[in-house]
Design a protein around this ligand. Structure first.
Ligand code: BGC
Length: 466
């Protein structure tokens, strides 16, 4: 995974508590063919109608693989029963490997956890050809031209398995569709100072658009599957020059590969990123001594300073692009807590815009474009449904404790490269305005367990973990 700014604005109880509500079962039975959100998808006879918000009234599936790793860390049992995303990050992940459960096993385990009540399984669909075109840490197994294999060997098998489970009345499957890919087509292509030849290639061959469209179409046709397309984060797409163009590219993808916009239930922001949920000590419209905070080094003319504002703004842009006004947003709050002793307790001094913003901001990254294993981060809001207007849920799509990338080169057979944004000694590139990477040292390959990171996340959790 990489997430970056286009810096020149183009820069112990199970889940029953917070998720189980009373109305879900009733809603599942009563939502008409248009659904509460106006999704014009006719369910096949006997299948569920799509719900406005699949998270409402359901518990979250707890991935036993992740949960065991979290519980084995000191203090980790306090969060080991949270629901986290299951990343289908290679073809082999569908059937499972010696160390990881396959998709069928996850679905069976979810039904067992559900005990006859609604449960949400959160999947991350992440294997596009030429994956992660502006970074190296999460390059994948498929080359830029392998769209045929993406469809036949990756999406089709996932579709077939999900279809086989679609008649379970209590099972809801949320998919995060292809993190980082469409945002890269906006900010990291020719004409931008942050372009890469790899992203130019993916724009030229159209395989991100075609692949996302195909995934949306095949999975969206299943009655209990809810597609949310990844929409970057505020420090990537928050600038005017990026926001509407990104929503437009998503609309284009939603009409490619056999998809229609009705296959899109919504969008997810901040996937595997660290951007704060809500900066309470300053807002984008503030001025200091007559100077707008937008001109501070940290904000750098962005229109958004946090993920809640960005999610709501992106939702509006998506509706302007042509998506249904019923779409909902998810925010990945797995690692954006920024608590601990260094968390500011009030606004910064009003001596300058920089002093004010830097003294008050919760997000303590060196630069908002830093994305790998960030030092100082903490677990964010625990997952919950309908937390704010337009937001379907706060989710932990990135499983806390799994690395974003290795800090030195590690040979592997997953196609993953070594990205120096994960090296704590690196001094940066155009995408983080030549700042130090802010990454933790001694990190393993992306996706593998990183105990020191998990322990830091626990220690700096906000809200704190009791
Ligand atoms: C990695 C995936 C991993 C995911 C979740 C990504 O950065 O590339 O392999 O499954 O993170 O940890």
């Amino acid at each position: 995974m990489r997430r970056l700014t286009d810096r020149h604005r183009g820069g112990r109880g199970r889940r029953t508590g917070r998720f189980a509500g009373a109305v879900a079962a009733a809603l599942a039975l009563t939502a008409g063919p248009l659904g509460a959100a106006g999704f014009a998808q006719q369910p096949p006879a006997g299948a569920q109608a799509k719900l406005d918000n699949p998270y409402e009234g359901a518990r979250l599936y707890v991935n036993p693989d992740w949960s065991a790793k979290a519980a084995a860390e000191p203090g980790g049992d306090a969060v080991a029963d949270e629901g986290t995303g299951v990343w289908l990050d290679r073809i082999a992940a569908i059937e499972g490997t010696r160390d990881a459960m396959g998709l069928r096993e996850h679905l069976d385990a979810a039904l067992q956890q559900a005990g006859g009540k609604p449960v949400v399984v959160q999947l991350v669909v992440y294997d596009l050809p030429g994956r992660d075109c502006a970074a190296l840490a999460s390059n994948g197994e498929l080359g830029p031209e392998e769209i045929g294999r993406y469809k036949s060997d990756y999406i089709n098998p996932i579709r077939d398995i999900l279809r086989a489970y679609s008649s379970h009345p209590n099972l809801r499957v949320v998919t995060t569709i292809e993190p980082d890919s469409l945002p890269n087509l906006v900010t990291n292509v020719s004409g931008r100072p942050t372009s890469t030849p790899e992203c130019d290639e993916m724009k030229r061959n159209g395989n991100y658009i075609e692949g996302v469209g195909y995934a949306l179409a095949q999975l969206g046709a299943i009655s209990n599957v809810y597609n949310y397309i990844d929409a970057g984060h505020h420090g990537w797409l928050g600038w005017d020059s990026n926001l509407q163009p990104a929503a437009d590219v998503m609309y284009q993808a939603a009409r490619a590969g056999g998809a229609t916009p009705a296959d899109v239930h919504g969008f997810i922001v901040n996937t595997a990123n660290y951007s704060a949920l809500k900066e309470k000590n300053f807002s984008v419209g503030d001025t200091v001594n007559g100077q707008p905070v937008r001109q501070s080094t940290w904000v750098d003319w962005n229109q958004y300073v946090d993920e809640l504002g960005f999610a709501q703004g992106f939702r509006r842009a998506a509706v302007s692009a042509g998506f249904s006004s019923g779409i909902g947003m998810l925010i990945d709050t797995s690692r954006n807590g920024w608590g601990g002793p260094d968390r500011p307790t009030g606004p910064g001094p009003t001596t300058s815009v920089n002093a004010y913003v830097d003294g008050g901001r919760y997000d303590r990254r060196i630069h908002v474009g830093n994305w790998c294993n960030q030092a100082g981060a903490g677990l964010g809001e625990r997952p919950r449904s309908s937390p704010a207007s337009g937001i379907d849920a706060y989710v932990w799509m990135k499983p806390p404790g799994e690395s974003d990338g290795s800090s030195t080169e590690i040979p592997n057979n997953e196609g993953k490269g070594f990205d120096r944004m994960c090296d704590p000694t690196y001094q940066g590139n155009a995408r983080n305005n030549y700042n130090p990477s802010g990454a933790l040292p001694n990190a393993p390959l992306s996706g593998t367990w990183f105990p020191a990171q998990f322990q830091q996340l626990l220690k700096n959790a906000y809200p704190p973990v009791s």
